[in-house]
Structures are given as C-alpha cells and as structure tokens.
Design a protein around this ligand. Sequence first.
Ligand SMILES: [Mg+2]
Length: 146
Amino acid sequence: MNIFFDVDYTLLAVDGSLRPNTHEVFEKLAADGHRIYIWSGVGVRTAEVRRHGLEELVVDVFQKPLHDFEARLSVFDVNVTPEFVVDDYPEIVGVFGGAVVRPYYFPVAGDDEMQRVYRIADDFSKTGHSDDSAFRRRRNGGPSPG
Ligand SMILES: [Mg+2]
C-alpha cells in the first residue's frame, strides 16, 4: 500500500521531537513491502525527514491538501494514490481511509500509537478491515489493499 503520514502532531511533537517507535514502525512497514510517504499541510518537510534519519525509509515527501483532498492532489503533484492515511486530523483519514492517531503534542516516552498504527495498517492490508476504533474506511470504496 501507499501509506501517507502527516507530520505535525502525528510524527512530530510541538518541540520537533519524533514520536516513539517511528523508525521501527517505518522499517516494519517497508519490510512488509509498503511504500511510505510523508506529507504536510504547511509544506514539503524534507528537512525534518532528514533530521530524523527517515529518508532511507520514505519514498517521497509532498505537500498535503487541506480541503477537497482528492481533487487537490494534483495541485501538489501528488502522483501516487494515498491508500492508507495516518493523521491526527480525522477528516482527511475519512476520505482516503487509514488511521486517526491521538495528537502527539508533547514528548511522551511511553506513547505506543505507532505500534497501533502498524497493527491497523497490517490488518487492513491483509483483510481489508481493522477492528480498531482508530481505523477509517475509505469513502466511496476506493482501491483494494495490496
Ligand atoms: Mg497533524
């Protein structure tokens, strides 16, 4: 699957620190054959991806539409279809399908949301569904997982 991660409060706290287990979960998702993309509503965050040593695990970095999500993909040259979106902003997850994460505002050593994201993505990629309450199905069907 093409898995798209939001940046602020999904992967990064207010102080710019990385959410616990992000590296490990990105490695597992990539090893499972998924393609990881990063996008953000405030721009192309390549610098943050590099600063946290994630560039080897990330296929590409885009700006994210903040409204009319599907129609505006082309505005930001998002040339791949988001098949599983991970974001603290529920509306975009409800459009593409994926997982709504608890916002990560302040560093919390015990935060285990990334493992939860992994389980939801893994379930969805294998079965087309997840029983986790954070899972959102893609609106209007959409592509099958694979
Ligand atoms: Mg966010």
